[in-house]
Design a binder for this molecule. Structure first.
Ligand SMILES: *[C@@H]1O[C@H](CO)[C@@H](O)[C@H](O)[C@H]1NC(C)=O
Ligand SMILES: *[C@@H]1O[C@H](CO)[C@@H](O)[C@H](O)[C@H]1NC(C)=O
Ligand SMILES: *[C@@H]1O[C@H](CO)[C@@H](O)[C@H](O)[C@H]1NC(C)=O
Length: 334
């Protein structure tokens, strides 16, 4: 078995299809955690200091803008619909969602909540781009959830009774990928979430499906992100962001839509804040200590870069994969 693993590692190492990360831009004073890739040429990114980045030519040129009146805000997530339409989410005090329809020239406030303790973590839209969800940290052990059914023009808090979270269990606002919405037929939607912190769990429609045996017990530990393929394969990543080279409890895999979980054979090489499917069985994951690729549903991970990134996303309608992180760094997988 051991020899087999060594041979396999050698084969992968010598594989000429080796992938690399090409930096497209860096140096802007912003920590980028929001990234939304529409197709191979159009992507939007968002981050701290009120910054939004946008490209319509696959990153050959990147336009940076600062949202007027929001220069100190941290836009932790973005959802782009096309070259001119996007929604950005500022986390707290007050929590705000803004929408532009003119490529970022003007922004309209579509949601605001000044409740003490309100902290938005992530948004997601179903594949029809009409129905969406925003998730916020628990207040009195109750997660905040609001929905839109009109492409983010209006948002309504969902006040149904969800399973409560335990003390110290919350959502990481590290890459906007701890919630996923699936739109089914007849506008029927399902949403999935992963919690992190003292404890990590997998939720479906606000109800606990399973516990995630990841790094736990601290505010800095647990699940940060998950990716899903065809309501079957689920890959969760996380770890401990204060110990970002440790691979202990940083990844779990499910092949039954989150009911049961197993560990990878070769784990990602450190704490990871984001994971995404590139094809039906190929994945990318990134974090402050590097980027890994798996070609086998997440069982074996290969480090392709030691560079720090917060978020990685594949084009919704395309094959391009982009990454973004601290210091305004935006890159593309080659
Ligand atoms: C991306 O979408 C835009 C707008 O629909 C279109 O003009 C462009 O050709 C698309 N690019 C690619 C590479 O698909
Ligand atoms: C960091 O992780 C390693 C295991 O990879 C562990 O031995 C060490 O105690 C951890 N350090 C802290 C400060 O948690
Ligand atoms: C990452 O860093 C380690 C230690 O410095 C080095 O051995 C390894 O080759 C690097 N990997 C990549 C993909 O750059």
């Amino acid at each position: 078995m051991r020899n087999y693993i060594i041979l396999l590692a050698l084969f992968i190492y010598l594989n000429p299809k080796a992938q690399t990360i090409q930096t497209l831009d860096s140096g802007t004073k912003a920590s980028i955690r929001g990234l939304s890739v529409v197709n191979d040429s159009i992507f939007w990114a968002s981050g701290s200091n009120g910054k939004v980045a946008r490209s319509t030519n696959g990153g050959k040129t990147i336009q940076w803008l600062t949202v007027p009146g929001y220069e100190k805000r941290d836009f932790r997530d973005v959802e782009a619909f096309d070259a001119s339409t996007a929604i950005i989410m500022a986390i707290a005090e007050p929590a705000v969602i803004l929408k532009t329809k003119d490529a970022g020239k003007t922004w309209k406030k579509v949601f605001e909540d000044s409740t003490k303790g309100m902290f938005l973590d992530a948004m997601d839209f179903g594949s029809n781009g009409v129905v969406g969800i925003v998730v916020g940290d628990p207040i009195n052990n109750k997660a905040f959830i609001a929905f839109t059914v009109d492409r983010g023009e209006t948002w309504n808090q969902d006040t149904r009774a969800y399973d409560t979270l335990v003390a110290g269990e919350a959502f990481f606002a590290s890459s906007g990928t701890n919630v996923e919405m699936i739109s089914g037929p007849h506008q029927r939607t399902i949403y999935l979430q992963v919690t992190g912190g003292k404890q990590s769990r997998f939720f479906k429609n606000g109800k606990v499906v399973s516990s995630l045996n990841l790094a736990s017990g601290k505010e800095s530990t647990g699940a940060n992100s998950f990716a899903m393929y065809k309501r079957k394969n689920v890959v969760v990543v996380g770890g401990d962001f204060t110990n970002d080279t440790s691979a202990v409890g940083n990844c779990l895999l499910s092949s039954d839509f989150g009911k049961t979980w197993k560990q990878p054979t070769i784990q990602p090489h450190g704490y990871r804040s984001c994971v995404a499917f590139i094809t039906n069985k190929k994945l990318i994951t990134c974090g402050t200590s590097g980027v890994d690729i798996s070609e086998d549903w997440g069982y074996n991970w290969r480090l392709i870069s030691n560079q720090s990134f917060h978020v990685c996303q594949k084009a919704k309608w395309g094959t391009a994969v982009y990454l973004a992180g601290a210091n305004g760094r935006i890159a593309k997988l080659r």
